[in-house]
Write a protein that binds this ligand. Structure first.
Ligand code: DC
Length: 221
């Protein structure tokens, strides 16, 4: 069976999309595009004043950002203006800043064009919030992963503790709820499943279980 061209994987913060998208891409021999990383890197590059910029000023700043994707599978690497996008984007503060700039139509239009350009050049597993609904509505294989905020917060705390970092369950649950609210209620491209997406409740499953469900739906089990 030949590999699909575009597989979309959408869902809320902390549901395990990044780990799964990387694994599915590796198994299918496709590139993997983390569009949350594009929003995070854009938020960092624009800085906290992005909201106050007039539309034309914001568009001019965005035109200075050139994204590229190299490699395949687990080795897929996002680059911004020729430099690798690194771990500096992975804090919850940058996640919230990304969620803020993701409400700006200029930012969404700019990144949608950049994401589609990557998709034209390379067969992809694309992970984010609006991959199945807005960016790649024509994709033949769409997945939407979900789980209650408390479950996602508990998993994130376990990850943080495994890294030796402090983790406060109440604080992490509050952060996840705040980001959910902003991502689901924004006017442009809100987080929701595409009508033709397979919705997977990851609550009762571990990563291996979700991976198996996705591969089975792709006819690869
Ligand atoms: O998946 P993530 O946590 O890395 O995403 C960070 C933020 O970026 C998320 O809260 C909302 C925004 N985002 C988006 O609006 N659309 C996407 N396709 C991906 C991310």
């Amino acid at each position: 069976m030949s590999a699909p061209r575009i597989v979309t994987l959408d869902g809320p913060a902390g549901v395990g999309k990044t780990t799964l998208a990387r694994r599915v891409a590796e198994a299918l021999g496709l590139a993997y595009l983390d569009t949350g990383a594009m929003f995070r890197a854009t938020a960092l590059a624009l800085g906290p004043g992005a909201r106050e910029l007039p539309g034309a000023g914001l568009r001019a700043r965005l035109e200075g950002l050139a994204f590229g994707l190299e490699g395949r599978g687990a080795a897929s690497a996002l680059r911004l203006n020729g430099r690798p996008v690194g771990e500096e984007i992975r804090t919850e503060q940058v996640g919230m800043l990304a969620s803020d700039v993701a409400t700006l139509p200029e930012v969404r239009e700019f990144l949608k064009a950049a994401q589609r350009a990557v998709g034209r050049a390379t067969a992809l597993v694309a992970e984010g919030r609006d991959m199945g609904t807005v960016v790649f509505p024509e994709a033949a294989h769409k997945f939407f992963l979900d789980a209650a905020p408390e479950i996602r917060a508990r998993r994130r705390c376990e990850q943080l503790r495994a890294l030796g970092a402090p983790a406060d369950l109440d604080a992490v649950t509050a952060q996840i709820r705040a980001r959910d609210h902003q991502d689901r209620t924004r006017a442009v491209a809100p987080l929701r499943p595409a009508e033709d997406a397979l919705v997977i409740d990851t609550g009762p499953l571990d990563i291996d279980g979700v991976f198996a469900a996705i591969m089975a739906a792709l006819g690869r089990s």
